[in-house]
Design a protein. Structure first.
Length: 492
């Protein structure tokens, strides 16, 4: 790393830590708000967002013609047009509210970012999303706006740490006559310390956080998911973080290392992020680490949600990002009904306004929390479902037999015209016939006659070089699903 890059990175770390420290108290306070106070906050932030978008973004000025931000109410949101990634990327230069932020400039900046991020135009950070699941998206925001996002990710853990510190101080005071409790009652002075198994590069949100959130109030130590598992284990053992935040596809493997005694963590919390975790995986991880799993939904676009420890239902940070659960036609779905997509309105990123922006994630809404925040189950992505001519099947169903095969470390299932091809990393004795038969039963139940399933043993699964993610379920392109049935081609 050159001296200039090192100086820029240190400046970025200093500014981010300061911004997180500035925003966290307000974020923690908002956890205790009632629904009425949340609604006022949402309305005011939405009005500010619309005003900025209309006056400074040509893209939004055209879409929002006739909208009066000063009189806009939350109930009016549903009448605004939907914004898609394809539309945004096709006219990217017209979207940001800083006219200097062009697509070419952002692409050039991101091309120079590997592990060490740098500031764009002295105050912006850039991110990439969607490389493994569809069209690539570019996102830009100020350091302060990104700090709001990091605060929404970490505030529940910070609030819990503060509560633990206050309880410990009270216990110490009670046990020592005349000894006053510790001043402040806040979180640990050394900051919230998290081991993060996520992206290897700083163009992805988890990689950027790991590279820049390195000092109080939030300290992260990275062990990128793209590393060999032995190296991840070594890094985590050396750091001994009390909290672990990791991709759902890596947690079962880390749980296996913990059970085997190679990974030796004493955790207060373990959180699954970025990908859906199945109930069987959640139970296995909780048993291995001795703490219930927190399920977290995080999108680069700004939506963040957490479950309670051991729970599957998530509460979303609705003060930072609005989310509408809708069907294929954009109509709201009732509680208990899975959505086809989610429309998000990011209330903290005024640099690149995302207003009713379409995510292909499937949520099942479950009302609101006592504070008015959206609660929902996350069902995966609508474009992950395997759709055959005869019927559809959620790939979680097909993955269940692999979760019960203890020798399977990781797997990927690819849809074929008449079934599925499975690539698996195997560690130990394994009978593929048992798993193939179980997957074929599920496919027959979905309506396929004579389903064909193959399993290929591989040394490792390919991970996206930017995000370090694996796309666990890969459906056929839509145009091939309706085509004539064909036997699988040759392969191993």
């Amino acid at each position: 790393m050159t001296t200039a890059m090192s100086t820029d990175l240190e400046l970025m770390r200093s500014r981010l830590s300061g911004a997180i420290g500035h925003h966290l108290p307000g974020h923690i306070e908002r956890l205790g708000w009632d629904a009425g106070r949340l609604a006022v906050h949402q309305r005011d932030r939405l009005r500010a967002l619309l005003a900025r978008a209309i006056t400074r973004s040509p893209f939004h000025a055209a879409r929002l013609r006739g909208v009066d931000p000063d009189r806009f109410e939350l109930a009016d949101l549903a009448r605004l047009p939907v914004m898609t990634k394809a539309e945004m990327m096709a006219d990217f230069d017209a979207v940001p509210t800083d006219r200097r932020l062009t697509r070419d400039l952002l692409e050039q900046h991101l091309a120079g970012v590997v592990t060490d991020p740098s500031l764009l135009l002295g105050g912006y950070v850039g991110l990439v999303s969607g490389g493994t699941t569809g069209q690539r998206g570019l996102f830009v925001q100020t350091v302060g706006e990104y700090a709001e996002f990091v605060a929404s990710v970490t505030r529940r853990a910070m609030a819990a740490a503060a509560a633990e510190a206050m309880a410990a101080a009270a216990a110490a005071a009670a046990g020592a006559a005349g000894t006053p409790p510790a001043a402040g009652g806040g979180p640990p002075s050394e900051g919230l310390f998290i081991g993060i198994v996520g992206a290897a590069t700083a163009v992805h949100s988890s990689g950027l956080a790991a590279a820049t959130a390195t000092r109080p109030p939030v300290r992260m130590t990275p062990a990128p998911a793209s590393l060999p598992v032995a190296e991840i284990v070594a890094r985590l053992n050396a750091a001994q973080p009390p909290a672990l935040l990791a991709y759902a596809t890596k947690l079962p493997e880390l749980a296996r290392e913990q059970r085997a005694g190679r990974l030796r963590l004493n955790l207060r919390s373990v959180t699954s992020m970025s990908e859906a975790i199945t109930p069987a995986e959640r139970a296995a991880v909780a048993e291995s680490f001795g703490v219930p799993v927190i399920d977290m939904f995080v999108s680069t676009e700004g939506l963040v949600g957490h479950s309670e420890p051991g729970g599957a239902l998530l509460t979303f940070a609705s003060d930072n990002c609005l989310a509408e659960c809708v069907d294929e036609d954009g109509r709201p779905v009732a509680d208990g009904v899975p959505s086809a997509k989610v429309l998000i309105t990011n209330l903290h990123n005024l640099t690149q306004p995302l207003i009713r922006y379409e995510l292909t994630d499937r949520f099942t809404p479950a009302g609101t929390s006592p504070g008015g925040a959206l609660r929902a189950g996350v069902e995966g992505r609508s474009d992950d479902v395997f759709r055959y001519t005869e019927g559809s099947v959620h790939p979680f169903v097909l993955g269940a037999p692999l979760l019960h095969a203890t020798a399977v470390r990781e797997y990927q299932i690819r849809q074929t015209e008449r079934g599925a091809d499975i690539a698996a990393v195997i560690d130990g004795d394994f009978d593929p016939a048992v798993v193939m038969a179980a997957v074929e039963r599920h496919l027959r139940a979905a309506g396929l006659a004579g389903p064909q399933v193959r399993i290929c043993r591989v040394g490792a699964l390919d991970r996206d070089p930017m995000t370090s993610k694996i796309r666990r379920f890969v459906p056929l392109p839509a145009q091939r699903r309706a085509g004539p049935a064909a036997p699988p081609g040759p392969g191993g």
